[in-house]
Write a protein that binds this ligand. Sequence first.
Ligand SMILES: [Ca+2]
Length: 267
Amino acid sequence: MASSVSVAAADLTMGVNASVAWAWSEFESPGSCTCSGSLRSDTGLGRTGRLGKGVVMRVSRIAVLALVTGSLALMVGVGGATAATTTIDFESLSGPSLFCAPAAPPLTIGVATFSGGVIMTAVTNLPADQTTVYGTFNCPGYAPAITITFSTPVSNFSVLVLNGETSTVSYTVASDLGGAVTNSLVANFSSGADTFTLPDSGITSVTITRTTPSNVWDFFIDDVAFTAFPTTTADCKDGGWETFGVFKNQGDCVSYVATGGKNQPAG
Ligand SMILES: [Ca+2]
């Protein structure tokens, strides 16, 4: 259920984008701005990022509206053949642009829990992604690996990994099921970043590390996408079973849910 809610929120964000752009032009009119103080403070992000002020403010407003429309997502996100894919882009959060804020406890968003790093926004010297990301650096209390654990098994996993170092570095994304992808990313100033995709189904944890361990590290993740396994039989109906990519038919999906996962997908 959580996954379908998140997806609906993402879909809404896309839909809201255009309306926000329109709404923002309304706010631009002299004397008509009713934006809050927190929104005004967001304009400071543009000073360290490459995004223009207007773009940053629009992104911030989208994030706020995504939160506001969360209850609407609850209504429209249930069921539906495309409701199973979740993308976590961290845009409902914000953090500093520089390391090293104090180490943070694990961060839970929906069925996913992130540990090892911290939330950061408009990271200095990271031109490839000036939005909010999750990153780690060899700061006190930070881990050399970012770990994502899932309270419900997932499939169709992918993550954008960004290299924060000034030279080419190889990174490995691995699941608890043995799947792993290794890829070299060019330097941060050359926008070293790539999407890593894992083929496994039923993943419950993923780690992102430097392929070669080091006492110096500097990397980030964003746009974490996955398909969470169904938690209710309703998730299986109306073609929903197909979106998980692991069930052979609706009955197989329902069986998985009804047995609490004991009957694994047969597809
Ligand atoms: Ca982001």
